[in-house]
Design a protein around this ligand. Structure first.
Ligand code: NAD
Length: 356
């Protein structure tokens, strides 16, 4: 049956990079990929037209799709709007409404780009980590929360770190499944020596491991994990962790690669439906100039094929095509270095399609 992709370019460079992804998907359609695409508005562009950053029509389109391809949202123009109307609300609304509890963020450093990292090339070259972050629970959502005034007149801020067994179990199972398709190693990150909630996390992860004993499991405290990520990042295959720890560690891992324009991401729900997007934002400083790097978005299409559309062979083809254009020395401005050929957004998209 034809699978449906909801295409939401969003704002800024979102429109330019998603246009390249659409070009790529059309090339794969010509090669037999059975998908349909429908475009919707999200973020500031949606607000301008409808008065909402997440119009009902977009939500309906996303709910009915097998996968959502998102560009990026945000921009200077909408910064003074009330927080409930800001472009970012469109993104958070999609995550919430679709129940996207598993955030998958690979940090891959192509050997061709080893110089882009601030770390020594031998430490990061060939790096390939998958961070699996719990996305809909933990301290970012826990109740009670707020700022109260104590009897002595002093203000006190408080948040609650809370995870139920089922929430821990479902994210851990996602991590084991992904590890099975990669290096078969999972490192669970917690702070079980201090926080009871993550002591439960560790116990539940161990219980889940009983049904996944083909995967090598280790545990690490989050402070050590942060240190190990910059000391010897290649020791990791899949890392699984809570919402807040994952938020912080995945940005750290992304920056090991030095190139924000190269990294895709996926957010999945229990039905395997997913939203796929580059990790970067709408880059208003370079929007409309045809210089943005579209590779993170093209690699997000590869993740979409692998995790929501059951087309792993086509995903492999995209990833190999990206490597091929890097081997050919083609670089957008953000990853360019002396001796390489500087290309525009559209030229990079064309080159990947040609390399397919
Ligand atoms: P950003 O990721 O948009 O840009 C950071 C820097 O990286 C900029 O210098 C930009 O030019 C560069 N950059 C980003 N993507 C690039 C690409 N593909 N190719 C080349 N260079 C690239 O982050 P920011 O500047 O902090 O935020 C800009 C806007 O994006 C804000 O409104 C923010 O809220 C929004 N934002 C959205 C998302 C999202 O949609 N998922 C994520 C982060 C930020």
């Amino acid at each position: 049956m034809t699978k449906k992709i909801a295409v939401l370019p969003g704002d800024g460079i979102g429109k330019e990079i998603v246009a390249e992804a659409v070009k790529l998907i059309k090339a794969l359609q010509a090669d037999g990929l059975d998908v349909s695409m429908e475009e919707g508005l999200v973020g500031g562009s949606a607000y301008d037209v409808t008065g909402s950053p997440l119009p009902e029509a977009t939500l309906k389109l996303a709910r009915e799709a097998d996968a959502v391809l998102l560009g990026a949202v945000g921009g200077y123009k909408w910064e003074s709007l009330d927080i409930s109307l800001r472009p970012e609300k469109g993104l958070l609304g999609l995550r919430k409404e679709l129940g996207l509890f598993a955030n998958l963020r690979p940090a891959i450093l192509y050997p061709q780009l080893a110089d882009a990292s601030t770390l020594k090339p031998e430490v990061v070259s060939g790096l390939n980590i998958m961070i699996v972050r719990e996305l809909t629970g933990g301290i970012y959502f826990g109740q009670p929360r707020g700022v109260r005034t104590l009897e002595n007149g002093e203000r006190q801020g408080y948040n609650t770190l809370v995870y139920s067994e089922s929430e821990i179990k479902r994210i851990t199972e996602v991590a084991f499944d992904i590890a099975r398709k990669r290096g078969k190693k999972v490192c669970s990150v917690d702070k079980a020596n201090v926080l009871e909630c993550t002591e439960l996390w560790r116990n539940v992860v161990n219980e889940c491991h009983k049904g996944n004993s083909d995967i090598e499991l280790s545990h690490m405290y989050v402070d050590n994990a942060a240190m190990q990520l910059v000391r010897a990042p290649k020791q990791f295959d899949v890392m699984v962790t809570t919402n807040m720890f994952g938020d912080i560690l995945s940005d750290c891992a992304a920056m090991l690669t030095g190139s924000i324009g190269m990294l895709p991401s996926a957010s999945l729900n229990e039905k395997g439906q997913g939203m796929y997007e580059p990790i970067h934002g709408s880059a208003p400083d370079i929007a409309g100039k045809n210089i943005a790097n579209p590779l993170a978005t093209l690699l997000s299409v590869a993740m979409m094929l692998r995790y929501s559309l059951d087309e792993a062979a086509m995903a492999d083809r995209i990833e190999k095509a990206v490597e091929k254009v890097l081997d050919q020395g083609l670089r957008t401005a953000d990853i360019w270095s002396t001796g390489m050929k500087k290309v525009s957004t559209t030229e990079m998209g064309d080159a990947v399609v040609a390399a397919l």
